[in-house]
Design a protein around this ligand. Structure first.
Ligand SMILES: Cc1cc2nc3c(=O)[nH]c(=O)nc-3n(C[C@H](O)[C@H](O)[C@H](O)COP(=O)(O)OP(=O)(O)OC[C@H]3O[C@@H](n4cnc5c(N)ncnc54)[C@H](O)[C@@H]3O)c2cc1C
Length: 388
């Protein structure tokens, strides 16, 4: 039997949350071991080159954006950036639509040109008067009315979550903006860019610049507990697994991905649709709201990475029921799951030497900049506490 090693911090999870805390703590002089049950760095933000040589996001597209200079400054120590304006489209009724909904979408809806005044007046007349929307259906119909809701939101949400928008908290569909202007960008954050050489290269640089970090991949928490004694644990895995599901499993939605690569010769015929040489579809992401299409979106990340390569790869994303053998992709934001999480949170608050952070540790969908911020704050707190 091998001897137990004594370290300062054991960090479960090599995604944004785990690696950012590890980098900060190790550069403050602490000895950190980061483990991950997967065989790569980066958690869900991991990217890699596929057989066609295309840089892909195998766990779903990760569009980095933020309004926080603190986060940009921090991550820029480990990467250069490739600026992008993320654009997506929706495909239904046999045509591509501008999305999120804006004046361009309204013109496509009318089949003629229009103005902000007409669009605004149409919305005023069409939207349903609801003062305090309580769920995802109400939040959308109170902005655009029933017809646009039933075309772009209701079937898509049903497919994605296997729940009716009425059963989902307002924040789920409320994240998607409705715009009066012609802004076709997916998000409006001031900084929108991808790490120039990809996320995995950025994470590798974080590890390389941190001599106090040891990374052990393909290692589960259970295995690591047998190998290390530690002063403090940072747990970025699912909070209910830490407590052996004592109150029952927190529900998740999973995803399944199908990948297809196309060579230059196959793309010529697509140019009329994609509008761009060497591309398959007209935007980096196309949403498919209709229920008779089994996937929710197709992603051609080459639009965003700007990779100079003749081939391209398209990934179709199928929503999937979650079970313990599948990846827990999205926490399900219902009132029941929030109550269940609160019970685990109460147990977590009693743990003196464990921090639960990240999207799985706090059972909440966070963007990458938000988890980076959470990890930086947690690391600062721990550095103060353990430097005494
Ligand atoms: C499909 C999808 C698309 C997304 N798109 C965007 C986007 O466009 N922009 C954006 O800002 N954010 C996006 N996100 C959110 C982004 O993925 C998260 O903000 C980020 O990955 C969270 O990092 P994390 O470290 O908290 O979790 P993760 O990246 O999930 O990392 C946790 C790691 O812990 C490991 N782990 C868990 N349990 C154990 C255990 N018991 N033992 C060992 N290892 C364990 C897991 O293997 C995993 O690698 C998206 C998320 C999903 C699911």
């Amino acid at each position: 039997m091998s001897a137990i090693s004594s370290i300062d911090f054991l960090i479960v999870g090599a995604g944004f949350s785990g690696l950012v805390t590890a980098e900060r703590l190790s550069n403050a002089g602490f000895c950190c071991v980061v483990i991950d049950q997967r065989d790569h760095l980066g958690g869900n933000a991991y990217d890699c080159y596929d057989e066609a040589g295309v840089l892909i996001h195998p766990y779903g597209p990760h569009y980095f954006r933020t309004n926080s200079q603190r986060i940009i400054d921090y991550l820029s120590r480990f990467t250069e950036w490739h600026p992008v304006e993320y654009e997506i489209k929706s495909f239904t009724r046999d045509q591509y639509w501008s999305f999120p909904i804006n004046l361009n979408t309204f013109e496509e809806w009318l089949g003629r040109s229009s103005t902000e005044e007409e669009w605004s007046a149409w919305l005023e007349e069409t939207k349903v008067a609801i003062d305090h929307p309580q769920n995802s259906e109400e939040v959308i119909v109170s902005q655009v009315g029933w017809e646009l809701y039933r075309t772009f939101f209701e079937p898509y949400t049903l497919k994605q979550w296997k729940l009716h928008p009425r059963e989902l908290q307002a924040s789920v569909c409320g994240r998607i903006p409705i715009r009066l202007n012609r802004d076709n960008r997916y998000v409006t954050d001031t900084f929108q860019a991808l790490p120039a050489n990809g996320y995995t290269a950025m994470f590798q640089s974080m590890v390389d610049q941190s001599p106090g970090i040891e990374v052990k991949l393909s290692t589960s928490f259970a295995e690591a507990q047998k190998q290390y004694s530690y002063k403090h644990l940072i747990f970025t895995g699912p909070i209910d697994t830490y407590f052996d599901h004592c109150f029952g499993a927190l529900p998740y939605r999973s995803l399944r991905f199908e990948r297809e690569s196309y060579q230059a010769s196959e793309l010529t015929a697509r140019e009329e649709i994609s509008g761009k040489k060497g591309h398959w579809q007209p935007a980096m992401q196309v949403n498919y709201p209709d229920l008779d299409v089994p996937y929710t979106r197709t992603v051609e990340i080459k639009h965003a990475t700007g990779q100079k390569i003749a081939a391209t790869t398209v990934i179709r994303e199928f929503p999937d029921d979650w079970s313990p053998s599948k990846e827990p992709f999205y926490p399900i934001p219902t009132n029941e799951s929030s109550e269940l999480y609160a019970r685990y949170r109460a147990l977590a608050d009693q743990e003196q030497h464990v921090s639960f952070i990240g999207r799985l540790g706090t059972y909440r969908y966070y963007n990458m900049d938000q988890v980076t911020g959470m990890a930086l704050t947690e690391a600062e707190k721990l550095i103060k506490r353990y430097s005494r």
